[in-house]
Design a protein around this ligand. Structure first.
Ligand code: HEC
Ligand code: HEC
Length: 137
C-alpha cells in the first residue's frame, strides 16, 4: 500500500472513531434525566460569580474612570474614561496598556484596552441582577 493511501486510511479511521464517540456521547446525553431547577441554579451561580467579579466590573463600571483590584478602588494617576472610553490625550489607556501583559512592569495588557461603554447599561452587575429575577421554568 502506498504511504499516501495508508495515511488516508488512518485519517478516515480516526474520523469514524470520532464520529462514533460523538454519537455515543449524544445518545448518553439524551438518556440523562432532565436537570433539576436546583442544579440549574447552582450552575448559574457559578457563571454569575464570574460575570460579577470585581475584576470584570473594573472595566464594566458606571463611573467615569476605571477601577482596580478586588476592592474596585479608583485607577491610579487620575485616569479618566474620556469621550471614547479610551482615556484622554496624554493619558490614553494604550499609552500604558499594551497588546499583552507586560511582565517587566506588571501592567496588564490586551488588544485595544479600554472601558466598556456606558451604554452597556449601568454596569454588568446591574444587567445581571435583572436576569436573575427572570422566572425559572
Ligand atoms: C480591560 C477592560 C475590560 C475588562 C477587564 C473586562 N471587559 Fe468585558 N468588555 C470590555 C469592553 C471595552 C467591551 C465592549 C467592546 C466594545 O467596545 O464593543 C466589553 C464587552 C463585554 C461583554 C459584551 C457585552 C455586550 O452587551 O455585548 C461581556 C459579556 C463582557 N465584556 C464580559 C466581561 C467579563 C465576564 C469580564 C471579566 C472576566 C470582563 N468583561 C472584563 C472591557 C473589559
Ligand atoms: C499611566 C499609565 C496607565 C494609564 C494611562 C492607564 N492605565 Fe490602567 N493600569 C496601569 C497600571 C500600571 C496598572 C496595574 C496597577 C497595579 O497593578 O497596581 C493598571 C491597572 C488597570 C486595571 C486593573 C486590572 C486588574 O487586574 O484589576 C484596569 C481595569 C485598568 N488599568 C484600566 C484602564 C483603562 C480602561 C484605562 C484608560 C481609560 C487605563 N487603565 C489607563 C496603568 C495605566
Amino acid at each position: 500500500m502506498s504511504r499516501i493511501r495508508s495515511i488516508a486510511l488512518l485519517i478516515s479511521l480516526a474520523l469514524s472513531c470520532a464520529l462514533f464517540l460523538l454519537m455515543a456521547g449524544a445518545a448518553s446525553f439524551a438518556d440523562e434525566p432532565p436537570v433539576s431547577t436546583a442544579q440549574g441554579l447552582e450552575a448559574w451561580q457559578q457563571v454569575y460569580s464570574v460575570l460579577t467579579h470585581p475584576r470584570c466590573i473594573n472595566c464594566h463600571t458606571a463611573t467615569h474612570y476605571p477601577q482596580q483590584g478586588d476592592d474596585r478602588h479608583r485607577h491610579f494617576a487620575n485616569v479618566v474614561r474620556g469621550p471614547a472610553n479610551t482615556g484622554v490625550p496624554g493619558l490614553n489607556c494604550s499609552s500604558c496598556h499594551q497588546k499583552a501583559n507586560a511582565d517587566s512592569t506588571g501592567v496588564p495588557g490586551g488588544h485595544g484596552w479600554h472601558l466598556a461603554p456606558l451604554s452597556m447599561k449601568e454596569d454588568l452587575m446591574g444587567s445581571l441582577k435583572s436576569a436573575e429575577l427572570m422566572p425559572m421554568p
